[in-house]
Design a protein around this ligand. Structure first.
Ligand SMILES: [Zn+2]
Ligand SMILES: [Zn+2]
Length: 143
């Protein structure tokens, strides 16, 4: 209950260890293992969403409704994208594919306002950072 409450309080889509720090303020004796275990249960029950695309760290979202995310490739922060999910693309794909489409996830990547202010990058630098990240992602999967 405390895990879910703390997760719903923040908009930062924390990783398990970040959430553990928040939960520990209220339950000083809680272990990281307990937080992990309960997060898994909350995900299975559909009350919490696990975000596993793109970023290097698995993050959790207390808002289980369908929405898109914005991720900063520079500092790694994840926010909700302020646009409505496009359900029509699932319909289109259903017509073109033999798959039974059950949903879709979208993650926009970019540079957050804070990072932009700190170190303005050129478009080329941003693309380079993204390429590097993609390469890294593939390595992780093949290992
Ligand atoms: Zn940033
Ligand atoms: Zn979210």
């Amino acid at each position: 209950m405390v895990i879910l409450e703390e997760l719903k309080k923040v908009a930062s889509h924390p990783a398990a260890d970040e959430l553990y720090e928040l939960v520990r303020r209220r339950l000083p004796r809680v272990s990281l293992g307990t937080v992990y275990r309960n997060l898994e249960l909350l995900c299975e029950s559909g009350m919490v969403r696990k975000l596993e695309y793109g970023g290097s760290q698995r993050r959790y979202d207390g808002d289980a409704t369908h929405h898109y995310h914005l991720r900063c490739v520079s500092c790694g922060r994840v926010e909700d994208a302020p646009i409505k999910p496009v359900s029509e693309i699932e319909e289109s794909l259903r017509k073109m594919s033999d798959y039974e489409i059950i949903g879709h996830h979208v993650e926009f990547v970019g540079i957050c306002p804070e990072c932009k202010r700190k170190a303005p990058r050129t478009a080329t630098q941003t693309k380079r950072a993204l390429r590097k990240e993609k390469k890294h992602g593939t390595e992780r999967i093949t290992n």
